[in-house]
Design a protein around this ligand. Sequence first.
Ligand SMILES: Cc1cc2nc3c(=O)[nH]c(=O)nc-3n(C[C@H](O)[C@H](O)[C@H](O)COP(=O)(O)O)c2cc1C
Length: 299
Amino acid sequence: MDVRIGKLTLSNPTVLAAGILGSAASSLRRIMTCGAGGVVTKSVGLTPREGHPGPVLVETSSGFLNALGLPNAGLAFADELEQLITEAERKPLIVSIFGANADEFVELARTFCRFADALELNLSCPHAQGYGIEVGAEPALVQSITRSVKKQVELPVWVKLTPNVTDITEIGHAAEKGGADAVVAINTVKGMAIDVESGRPVLGNAFGGLSGSAIRPVAVKCVYDLYEALRIPIVGVGGVSSYEDALELIMAGAKAIQIGSAVARDLSIFRSVADGIDRYLARKGITLEDVVGSAHENH
Ligand SMILES: Cc1cc2nc3c(=O)[nH]c(=O)nc-3n(C[C@H](O)[C@H](O)[C@H](O)COP(=O)(O)O)c2cc1C
């Protein structure tokens, strides 16, 4: 069930989302052997960052809330990731990068383009001051950062969008105008939890980003709107834990989907979602292409 996203071919439509088991070559290697059609790394910046003080992750009755604060090893991560080039079971490796401005993104892109199959620009983290949505909510910045990176590298460039804006299509348009090969929607939804005994915010950073099933309807709507507005492919992400969830995003307009929170419970999720989609297509006698965006015709 090969899926083409621009020039990049995935062996099936399921991809590991950024930030979950993506900080080490060993865990990425493991996901590659678990049936994922591709993997995205944890977002990496120019210099090492420790991230926010703990607690950085809490499970609420509505899903995970996290405010990791983009902890990462900086450019040294490149040496570790490079090992994956020689992997026998290597799947497309998409390196997620973040920066405060175009120059930082360009330097990261130049470093990781040696061995990455695509780059994902994280313009959407909801809880890292000076990065993420502070850059990604501004269409002019999104366009110029995307264009700067595209000028420097031959690789496909995906732009990851935040749902924490009034109109996600405006940001999607900016990415498309900047030359993005695809957009990825969505990053986490801003959220907060308060411990009622102490009266304090639970997360060390006070607020963070919500992920998991609760955000799937938000993701479906964002993908649906982007599909109407853009010509470039969309990769859907948000609350996928079954093949039906994945199909919802695909029917809204996604060509491939990413899985994050659900991986924490079940590493076999990629295989079960891909197999479920396969069986669905066989039962209906249709192809994946037939399903992409089909909800638009049925409305
Ligand atoms: C613990 C955690 C860490 C994350 N780190 C990143 C990150 O480094 N970069 C990024 O673009 N998204 C990050 N995300 C967002 C996910 O890639 C994804 O967009 C979001 O969780 C929605 O998908 P899900 O509901 O399948 O988890 C993170 C999410 C979680 C739960």
